[in-house]
Design a protein around this ligand. Structure first.
Ligand code: FPP
Ligand code: MG
Length: 297
């Protein structure tokens, strides 16, 4: 493409972003980055190169989100089910993840400049100790960034998350911290891996698959869901803006539903608030201790 066309396209993109910003913008976007291996196959590349391109796309999408004022992204980075893939593929993915996470730490100033806070949600017990320490370091060293939060679901599945929440709550009942009658939807939400997040406003899944694949099942009951046929590494700004435009139409319907249902927030009693604080502190202490083990001799 000649530089004149690139220049025109650049201004056209800026204009499109400006126009879409006049409408409602989702605060939290969840993404299922599907189609990386098919992309690699289509281009005669190694499977893992599809994931590398997928990672680059995620970085590009973060920039688009920042430009639009989206403040939170949750990306399905590795599902617990993905452990069932061949040993070679799982090891290859973990190697790539380690490499990218180490690079993130080396280039921390870039993440700070962009104001990106990284959180990793999922079942860390399924990861090596080295990986857990790396994740803790990424989370702790970016925790004060506040422009946009990037939640990497890694390794994650929704039913695993809910099972863990139920176990934590039952432990609380067993130890007398809370009573059986304290259990409600809000307590369950506060016990999930996503307890620091609002529910996603928009969920995007690429590659033409029309399934939820055990992703954020509890959190997306009122989320607009957008399926795109495009393979994740090929997902471009126009595809992204189509998803945002879809959300803007969906949002006006959601407003009507919210008015009809007139939902009232659940208010915690003191006992539940204390228990929730204790649970969150316990989880944060685990991450803090992992981090300290990497910096202390
Ligand atoms: C699904 O595509 C995608 C994944 C299993 C991994 C997605 C993760 C990234 C793109 C980012 C990588 C990030 C880091 C930090 C390493 P697929 O493998 O199911 O492809 P297919 O649907 O074409 O088979
Ligand atoms: Mg897939």
């Amino acid at each position: 493409m000649s530089w004149i066309w690139s220049y025109i396209l650049y201004w056209f993109q800026l204009l499109a972003l400006k126009i879409i910003k006049t409408g409602q913008i989702p605060k939290h976007v969840a993404i299922m980055m599907d189609g990386n291996r098919r992309y690699a196959k289509k281009r005669n590349m190694a499977k893992m190169d599809g994931n590398k391109k997928g990672y680059d796309k995620l970085i590009e999408v973060i920039d688009w989100c920042t430009n639009l004022g989206i403040t939170e992204i949750t990306a399905y980075t590795f599902s617990i089910n993905n452990f069932n893939r061949s040993k070679n593929e799982v090891n290859g993915f973990m190697k790539l993840a380690r490499y990218k996470f180490k690079l993130m730490l080396e280039e921390k100033n870039k993440w700070d400049e962009k104001g990106i806070r990284i959180r990793v949600i999922g079942n860390w017990a399924l990861l090596s100790e080295e990986m857990q320490k790396l994740l803790a370091k990424m989370m702790i060293t970016t925790k004060n960034n506040n422009k946009i939060t990037l939640n990497l679901a890694f390794p994650y599945s929704s039913r695993d998350e809910i099972t863990h929440a139920v176990k934590d709550i039952l432990r609380g009942v067993k130890h007398g911290d809370i009573l059986l009658e304290d259990i409600n939807e809000d307590l369950i939400s506060h016990s999930l891996y996503t307890y620091k997040s609002t529910n996603p406003d928009l969920l995007i899944r690429t590659s033409g698959e029309v399934r939820l694949s055990d992703f954020l099942l509890w959190q997306i009951s009122n989320t607009c869901i957008y399926f795109s046929n495009v393979l994740w590494p090929e997902f471009n700004l126009w595809n992204f803006l189509s998803a945002i435009f879809y959300y803007q139409r969906c949002y006006s319907d959601l407003q009507k539903v919210a008015k009809i249902e007139n939902l009232k927030p659940i208010v915690h009693n003191n006992r539940v608030s204390m228990y929730v604080n204790k649970l969150h502190h316990k989880r944060e202490d685990i991450i803090e201790n992992l981090y300290l083990s990497t910096v202390q001799p």
